[in-house]
Design a protein around this ligand. Structure first.
Ligand code: DSN
Length: 402
């Protein structure tokens, strides 16, 4: 046994169990999902798609992948799905390739306002392969009239919606109307809110957008990986060949099995209760912080942004580091019109998908607001805050038992 690595896994388990995980893109996969991902399926090569493989011996992985596709379609009400993307980034790369030629123009959100690296960042393949232009937020919110104005001027091939740090509901029908007016395609990256959509507490882009991409490990609570959905038979052919053989080789059938299990879990009525609880906890924490005078964005989903610079006089990086001293994990994040650089930021992104899985209640979420407020404003000691964090985390589910 490789003691060095297994000791580190044990330490990471301790960190996850003893900490309050508020990173908005993280969650805890179930024991069954993790067992599938660590199973002997990792041994199998299966380049291609079910019943059209480049290898023999695919009889069982064919069935597993077909089940994963069928469940993804059922969960989101989609006609077609590709469950092979290794991540959301590969899913986005394949979606772009299916939707437009190289050099095509994409209109997406200003990155510092909450977009993702693959939505046109200069350090991502996306801006090198395609021509990205951007729409800004107005007072922290999407301004659909402004998006329409920019779209009519820029005439993009694709308008992209779906973000990494946007705390409000997205009106997908409004964006579809703009796409129809401009005569362009619509793509949605629903990675952050996929679980809220599956749980019926956020409107769905499926059936509205031409292509929808996602990850499976955020609010959806599955294994780390990607997913692409479309209702268009021509587009799914292009998506499939963009994933394999263009961007990827052998699919990770152990992860695809984990995705299939996750989709089944998400189809269970209990997932709707979970999705609503995420929203309730997030709002309870944000409202409590606001009542203490903290500048928060407010929330209509699983996350909110705190302006820590104005509220506590420290930047996002320092706030993130300080909270880590009391076992609270968050991430620094740009806020709209941020005056600081991305490596410092004025903001902190806070999300409740992970700890809601462990059993965090509305009262716990309010208490977390007080712990954060007391520690960032130096009203309580590290020892006092750590004791409160330990009391909370030890009242929740152990992550290995989820
Ligand atoms: N890195 C993810 C996030 O934290 O939002 C997006 O892929």
């Amino acid at each position: 046994m490789d003691k060095e690595i297994f000791d580190l896994i044990a330490l990471e388990s301790k960190r996850q169990n003893e900490g309050i995980e508020l990173i908005a893109s993280e969650n805890y996969a179930s024991k069954e999902v993790r067992e599938a991902c660590g199973s002997i399926l990792t041994n199998k090569y299966a380049e291609g798609y079910p019943n059209k493989r480049y290898y023999g011996g695919c009889v069982h992985v064919d069935t597993i992948e077909s089940i994963a596709i069928a469940r993804a379609c059922e969960l989101f009400g989609s006609k077609f799905a590709n469950v092979q993307p290794h991540s959301g980034s590969q899913a986005n790369a394949a979606a772009y390739r299916a939707l437009m030629p190289e050099g095509g123009k994409v209109l997406s959100l200003v990155l510092n306002d909450g977009g993702h690296l693959t939505h046109g960042s200069p350090v991502s393949f996306s801006s090198h392969t395609y021509d990205f232009v951007f729409y800004p937020l107005k007072d922290g919110r999407l301004d659909y009239a402004d998006i329409e104005r920019i779209a009519l001027e820029e005439k993009p091939n694709v308008i992209l919606a779906g973000y990494s740090a946007y705390p409000y509901e997205i009106d997908f029908k409004a964006i579809r109307a703009i796409c129809d007016k401009v005569g362009c395609k619509m793509m949605v990256d629903m990675a952050h809110i996929a679980g809220l959509i599956a749980g019926g507490v956020h409107p769905s882009p499926v059936g509205i957008a031409d292509v929808v991409t996602s990850t499976t490990h955020k609010t959806l609570r599955g294994p780390r990986g990607g997913l692409i959905l479309t209702d268009d038979e021509e587009l799914i052919k292009k998506i499939n060949s963009a994933i394999f053989p263009y961007y990827q080789g052998g699919p990770l059938e152990h992860i695809i099995a984990g995705k299939a299990i996750c989709f089944k879990e998400d189809l269970d009525p209990s997932f709707k209760v979970y999705a609503q609880a995420i929203k309730d906890n997030t709002k309870a924490c944000s409202d409590e912080l606001a009542s203490l005078g903290v500048k928060t964005s407010g929330t209509e989903n699983h996350l909110f942004l705190v302006n820590v610079l104005d509220s506590f006089g420290i930047n996002g990086l320092d706030a993130q580091k300080k909270l880590e001293e009391i076992n609270i994990t968050t991430n620094k994040n740009m806020i709209p019109n941020d005056t600081l650089k991305p490596n410092k930021t004025s903001g902190l992104r806070i999300g409740f998908a992970a700890i809601t899985t462990r059993g965090c209640t509305i009262d716990d979420a309010k208490e977390i607001a007080h712990i954060i407020y007391d520690y960032l404003s130096d009203k309580a000691s590290q020892e006092e805050c750590l004791a409160k964090v330990t009391k909370l985390t030890s009242s929740w589910k152990v992550i290995e038992e989820i």
